[in-house]
Design a protein around this ligand. Sequence first.
Ligand code: ATP
Ligand code: MG
Length: 245
Amino acid sequence: MFEVEGLHVSVEGTEILKGVDLVVGAGEVHALMGPNGSGKSTLAQTLLANPEYEVTAGAIRFKGEDVTAWPVDARGKAGMFLAFQYPEEIPGVPIRQFLRQALAARKGIEDLSVLETRLAIMDWCKRLEIDDSMMDRYLNEGFSGGEKKRNEILQMAVLEPEIAILDETDSGLDIDALKVVAKGVQEVRRARPELGVLLITHYMRILDLLAPDVVHILLDGRIVESGGVQLARRLETDGYEAFRS
Ligand SMILES: Nc1ncnc2c1ncn2[C@@H]1O[C@H](COP(=O)(O)OP(=O)(O)OP(=O)(O)O)[C@@H](O)[C@H]1O
Ligand SMILES: [Mg+2]
């Protein structure tokens, strides 16, 4: 469903990703772990089609199409959700309006029903335990870390993607925010079991909560090992050194 094949990525002439292979099937949860500087965010930025990240070899495929050269909006429209796509504050745009625009773009419908969108948002607010009044606040303006996370998951739920790529690496999440992410992802998966998830994280805690199907270890721009959750446990005891050979 979602595939990264032999991906090499350079930033300002320096090769950071040196051949990354990854396949996320429908309904699967994959966790990507790795030490600081291993290239996790580089992969995330590449998936986001950030122009500073140059794909020098390999491909990104989604639903049988090569999306490597696609800009971010085309990827989003096709059903890729990139959580860190909207982390910034967008002054003057209430979440409700932002979500409606994003949903219209995703569905390719210009005159999306205001009522229908409102109902969909209300429904998900209830399920994710978000106070609906928050939808009238401006996107991320003055939000706590946990509130931002909750909104990110809400965006994911409303936009109905087929693959969600969540980069939790740099966000300094506290335990509560981690639980929000994990519980939210589970709730969305319950509603849409076919959703594939690639979760980039440093935290064992979230893996305990989310029980990924596959854990990948990224070291120096390469996936050096993939396996079950026990890989992450080995990481807890032995550190990344054990994976360097
Ligand atoms: N714009 C850039 N210019 C120069 N070097 C960069 C740039 N972006 C990333 N790098 C380098 O690429 C390497 C990988 O960085 P990346 O941010 O992908 O690591 P990471 O795995 O996300 O680490 P962390 O766990 O600390 O978030 C680092 O050595 C970093 O300095
Ligand atoms: Mg990072």
